[in-house]
Design a protein around this ligand. Structure first.
Ligand SMILES: Nc1ncnc2c1ncn2[C@@H]1O[C@H](COP(=O)(O)OP(=O)(O)OP(=O)(O)O)[C@@H](O)[C@H]1O
Ligand SMILES: [Mg+2]
Length: 826
C-alpha cells in the first residue's frame, strides 16, 4: 500500500480524541496543584504539631505565643514553597526542550507532535532509533525490526512485516528499517502500558536520594530519642505540661532540617541552569548530583572521541588494490537499504554522488548490532543480486570466494589470510573498515547469507576530535576514568584511543565479555579501559558489572545500540542529534557531544553536592549541639532554658541565614574529586561537633548564672544571642575544607549570615523585646560573648580539620564512601 492511500486523522479529530481518551501517558503523572504544593511543607508532622500547639496556647490565653508560632510556620512554608516552586519552573522550562515527540500524519502532512498527544487512529511513521509511541499494527514495513526485550525478554530484534497481525507495542523501539503504524491504543490502555511505565521510569532511587533518605532516618531517630527524653524530664520536674510539650516540639523543629528539600532543590537547579547555559539539558534534577559522583565514564567511540562525520577514503578489492567495483556494490547496498540514516551509508552515498543503477528491491536483511552486517536482495536484468556489507569479521565467514583484479577465486585458508591484510592495515591507521560481498542467483529462493563472493573493502575516516585528548586528561585529573565501549574493531579502537590518550594496551573483545560471570567481568572492567566489538547487551553488562563494584558509572552514547547501557548507567548521557530512543533513556542531553561540556557538568554536580553537604553538616553540628544543650539545661535548670517561642524564633532565624547556601562558592579542591554521600562523616560531625558546641553553651550558662547572676529573662536573652551567633557563624568554618580566611563565602551568604547575627543582637533592644521575653544585655556580657564566639570558631576550625583529614584524606576502600581508589592515591 502506498502512503498516498493512507487515511489520516484531521487535526481537529485528533484533538477531540485526545480530550476523549486522555494523553498518551502510560501512567498519568500525578499533578499536584499550586494549593497542594503550598500546603505540602505544612503537612510535615512537626508543623502540624506546632499548629496544634499554637491552637492550644491560644485557648489558654497565650495569644502572642500562638501568633508567633503560626507566623513562623507560615513564613517557613511560604519561603520553602516559593523557592522550590521557582526552581521547578526553571527546570520544567529546560525539560520542555527535550519533550519526546512522534511523527504523525494529520491533514495530509507528516508533522512532529509531542508523544503524549498521539491518539488512537493516528498514523505514526517509525524509523530506526524511534521508540514505538503507542500500540498499533503495521500498515507499511520496510524491513522494520523492533527490539522488544523489555516486554518479552528476547534480546534479538524481531522482524515485523506489514499487516494487521503485525503488532508493535509501546515501550519497544525500532532497531532498523522503517514503517508506518496505525495506532490502536494509547496511554494506560496499551497492552503493556503498565510494564512500559515501570520501565520508562528511572531507577526508583538514585545514589543521592538514597543518601538523603538514610540521613533523614538518622535525624528522625535522634529527634524521637531526644524529644522524648526532654518531655519526660520536664514532666517529672512538674513543669506546666503545655509548656513542656511546646518546648519539646520546638526542640524537634530545631533539629529538623526543614529546609533540606529547598536547599537541595535550589542547589541542583542552580547546577542545571548553569549547565543549560552550555546547552546541556538535565531531565531529572538528581541527575546533576549523580554527575558529580561519577568516577567511571563509559562512552562509545564515534562522536565522543571522533567527530562522527564519516568520510569514505578508500575502496579496495579483496587483496587491497583500488577497485571501483566494490564501490558500485556498496552503493547498491546503501541506496536500497531502508535505514539509510546512518553515517556509514551517508558517507558512501556522499562519495559516489550519482544515483544508484535501477533495480527492484526484493528483500532486505537489515542491520543489527549482533550480526553487524546488512544485506539487500535486488532484481535486475542479470537475475537476482544479493549484496552484503558489514564488519569484516562478520562478512568473511559467509564468503566462499573472493574477487581480485577482476577474477573470482576460491577463498581457502591461505587466501583468507591474504584478504585480511587490507582491513588490518587500514584498521591500524584508525580507519573504520567495512567488507562488501555479493552473490548472483537465478531464483530469489531464500535470502541466505552464505557462499558469497568477497568484493573488497571500504575504508572510512573519522578523525579524532581536537579536544578529546585534553578533556580525557582533565577528567582523569578530576578522578573520572574514561572507558571506551565500542562496536568497532580492536584495531580501530586501539588507534583512536592511543591518539587521545586512553590506555589501549589491553583491549577486551565482546566475545571475551560473554565468557565471564558478573563478578569476573567487574574485576576485569576496572582494569581495562577499552572494550571493542561489544554488542548493546554487552555494553549494558559492563556498566552493571562496574556498578556492582561500587562505582558510580556514567554512560555517554547516542546510538540505538547505546539505549540499554544508557538505561542501566547511574547517569545516561546522550546528544541532541542522537537516536530518539537514546535520548529517551538518557538523564542528560548534550547539544553537542563533547567531553569538555560533560566535564563542566560534572564539576557543577560536585558544586551542588558541596552546598547541600554544607547545609547538612551545619544542621548536624552546631545546631545539633544547641539542641543537646537545651535538653541538658531543661533537666538541670529550675526553669526552661529558652521559652518555646524563643526556640522557634532562634531556629527560624538560623534557617533564614541558610537560605543562601545554594549560592555559595565551593572550594576548587572540593570539585577535583568525585563526591558521594559519606554518612560516616555526617555522623562523626554530629557526635564531635555537637558536643563541642554544647561545651561552649555550658560555658555561656556558667557566665550567665555565676558571673552575671542572671534573671530568667536575661538568661533566655543571653543564651538566645549566643546560640544564634555561634550556630550561624560556624558556616564560615564548615563551608570550606581549608582555611576559612582564604576561602570566602558568596556575597548572598555573607549578607544573610551577617544580617541574621545582627538582627539577633538587636532584638533585645527592639520594641518587640517585651513580647518575645527578652531584656537588654549588659555591655560586659556582650564583650565576653564576642570572646566566646571567637574561641568557639577557632576550636571548631581545629576540630573540622581533624575530621575532614580523617574522612577526606585517607584512601577509601569501603564501597559506600568515596570511590575505591585502587592506586591508593588520595
Ligand atoms: N550501516 C551499516 N552497514 C553495515 N555494517 C555496519 C553499518 N553500521 C555499522 N556497521 C558495522 O557494525 C559495527 C558496529 O557498529 P557501530 O560502529 O555503529 O557501533 P558502536 O558501538 O556505536 O561504535 P562506536 O563506538 O564507534 O560508536 C561497525 O563497526 C560496522 O562494522
Ligand atoms: Mg555509536
Amino acid at each position: 500500500m502506498g502512503e498516498r492511500q493512507l487515511s489520516d486523522l484531521s487535526e481537529r479529530e485528533a484533538r477531540r480524541r485526545l480530550r476523549e481518551v486522555g494523553p498518551n501517558e502510560p501512567v498519568q503523572g500525578r499533578r499536584v496543584g499550586a494549593v497542594g504544593r503550598l500546603l505540602a511543607p505544612l503537612a510535615n508532622p512537626l508543623s502540624l504539631l506546632l499548629l496544634t500547639a499554637a491552637g492550644a496556647s491560644a485557648l489558654v490565653g497565650e495569644q502572642v505565643n500562638a501568633a508567633i508560632i503560626v507566623a513562623m510556620v507560615m513564613l517557613s512554608s511560604a519561603l520553602s514553597y516559593l523557592q522550590i516552586h521557582r526552581s521547578q519552573r526553571a527546570i520544567e522550562r529546560l525539560r520542555a526542550q527535550a519533550v519526546p515527540t512522534a511523527k504523525v500524519l494529520r491533514d495530509g502532512t507528516w508533522r512532529v507532535v509531542p508523544r503524549r498527544e498521539v491518539v488512537p487512529g493516528d498514523l505514526v511513521r517509525l524509523v530506526a532509533g524511534d521508540p514505538v509511541p503507542a500500540d498499533g499494527w503495521l500498515l507499511v514495513s520496510e524491513g522494520l525490526q523492533v527490539q522488544e526485550s523489555v516486554l518479552t525478554g528476547e534480546s534479538l530484534p524481531v522482524e515485523k512485516p506489514p499487516g494487521r497481525d503485525s503488532r508493535v507495542y509501546l515501550g519497544t523501539y525500532v532497531v532498523s528499517g522503517s514503517g508506518v503504524v496505525r495506532v490502536t491504543a494509547t496511554g494506560a490502555r496499551t497492552q503493556f502500558g503498565e510494564i512500559a511505565a515501570r520501565l520508562s521510569e528511572r531507577q526508583p532511587e538514585t545514589e543521592f536520594e538514597r543518601g538523603l533518605r538514610t540521613f533523614s532516618v538518622l535525624i528522625l531517630r535522634v529527634i524521637v530519642f531526644l524529644v522524648g527524653f526532654v518531655l519526660m524530664a520536664s514532666l517529672m520536674r512538674r513543669r506546666d505540661p503545655l509548656e513542656a510539650l511546646l518546648f519539646s516540639v520546638a526542640l524537634a523543629v530545631g533539629l529538623t532540617p526543614e529546609f533540606l528539600p529547598m536547599v537541595t532543590t535550589i542547589a541542583l537547579a542552580h547546577g542545571a541552569m548553569r549547565m543549560a547555559s552550555h546547552r546541556v539539558i538535565v531531565k531529572h534534577l538528581p541527575a546533576i548530583q549523580n554527575l558529580g559522583s561519577i568516577d567511571v565514564l563509559c562512552s562509545d567511540k564515534t562522536g565522543t572521541l571522533t567527530t562522527g562525520e564519516m568520510r569514505l577514503v578508500e575502496h579496495l578489492d579483496a587483496l587491497g588494490s583500488p577497485s571501483d567495483r566494490v564501490l558500485e556494490l556498496a552503493l547498491l547496498n546503501s541506496y536500497y537499504s531502508a535505514g539509510a540514516d546512518n553515517p556509514l551509508d551517508a558517507a558512501i552515498l556522499a562519495h559516489v554522488k550519482a544515483p544508484a543503477p535501477s533495480y527492484i528491491k526484493v528483500r532486505e536483511l537489515p542491520f543489527d548490532f549482533d550480526r553487524r552486517r546488512l544485506s539487500v536482495m535486488l532484481e535486475g536484468s542479470e537475475g537476482y543480486l544479493l549484496v552484503t556489507k558489514g564488519a569484516p569479521e562478520s562478512v568473511l565467514p559467509i564468503c566462499s570466494s573472493y574477487e581480485a583484479g577482476g577474477e573470482v577465486l576460491p577463498l581457502d585458508e591461505a587466501a583468507r589470510e591474504r584478504c585480511l591484510q587490507a582491513p588490518e592495515r587500514l584498521g591500524a591507521l584508525g580507519h573504520r573498515v567495512l567488507a562488501v560481498a555479493y552473490k548472483l542467483m537465478d531464483q530469489p529462493s531464500q535470502l541466505a547469507e552464505s557462499k558469497l563472493v568477497l568484493a573488497g573493502f571500504l575504508a572510512f575516516l573519522d578523525p579524532p576530535l581536537d579536544d578529546a585528548g585534553s578533556s580525557i586528561a582533565a577528567l582523569a585529573a578530576d578522578g573520572v576514568k574514561v572507558k571506551i565501549l565500542t562496536g568497532d574493531s580492536e584495531l580501530v579502537a586501539r588507534h583512536v584511543c592511543a591518539s587521545v590518550g586512553v590506555d589501549a594496551s589491553r583491549v577486551v573483545l565482546g566475545a571475551q565479555v560473554d565468557a565471564l560471570d558478573d563478578a569476573g567481568l567487574g574485576r576485569l572492567a576496572e582494569d581495562v579501559q577499552v572494550f571493542a566489538r561489544v554488542s548493546p547487551a554487552q555494553k549494558s553488562r559492563i556498566i552493571l558489572a562496574l556498578r556492582g563494584r561500587g562505582h558510580v558509572v556514567g554512560y555517554l552514547g547516542d546510538g540505538i545500540n547505546d539505549a540499554p547501557a544508557l538505561r542501566n548507567a547511574d547517569v545516561g548521557i546522550s546528544a541532541a542529534k542522537g537516536a530518539e530512543v537514546a535520548k529517551d533513556a538518557a538523564d542528560v542531553v548534550l547539544s553537542e557531544r563533547s567531553l569538555r561540556v560533560l566535564h563542566e557538568g560534572i564539576v557543577h554536580g560536585r558544586r551542588a553536592f558541596g552546598n547541600v553537604m554544607k547545609y547538612i553538616l551545619m544542621g548536624t553540628s552546631s545546631n545539633f549541639g544547641n539542641v543537646i544543650s537545651m535538653a541538658a539545661a531543661a533537666v538541670l535548670l529550675p526553669f526552661l532554658p529558652l521559652l518555646p517561642t524563643q526556640v522557634l524564633l532562634n531556629n527560624f532565624l538560623y534557617d533564614l541565614a541558610q537560605v543562601s547556601i545554594p549560592t555559595d562558592n565551593v572550594d576548587p579542591t572540593f570539585v577535583r574529586k568525585p563526591r558521594r554521600w559519606d554518612l560516616g562523616l555526617v555522623r562523626e560531625f554530629m557526635l564531635v561537633m555537637g558536643p563541642v558546641s554544647s561545651g561552649f553553651d555550658l560555658l555561656t550558662f556558667a557566665v550567665l548564672l555565676k558571673l552575671f547572676h542572671s534573671s530568667e529573662s536575661m538568661f533566655h536573652t543571653g543564651w538566645f544571642v549566643e546560640s544564634l551567633a555561634t550556630q550561624t557563624l560556624v558556616v564560615l568554618v564548615i563551608r570550606t575544607f581549608g582555611n576559612p580566611l582564604a576561602s570566602l563565602p558568596s556575597k548572598p551568604l555573607a549578607a544573610t549570615v551577617a544580617s541574621v547575627v545582627l538582627l539577633g543582637m538587636a532584638l533585645p533592644y527592639s520594641p518587640l523585646a517585651g513580647k518575645l521575653g527578652f531584656v537588654p544585655l549588659p555591655a560586659g556580657y556582650l564583650l565576653i560573648l564576642a570572646c566566646l564566639v571567637a574561641a568557639y570558631l577557632i576550636v571548631t576550625e581545629l576540630v573540622k580539620r581533624w575530621l575532614y583529614s580523617r574522612h577526606l584524606g585517607r584512601p577509601r576502600n569501603s564501597t559506600l564512601q568515596g570511590q575505591p581508589d585502587r592506586e591508593g592515591r588520595a
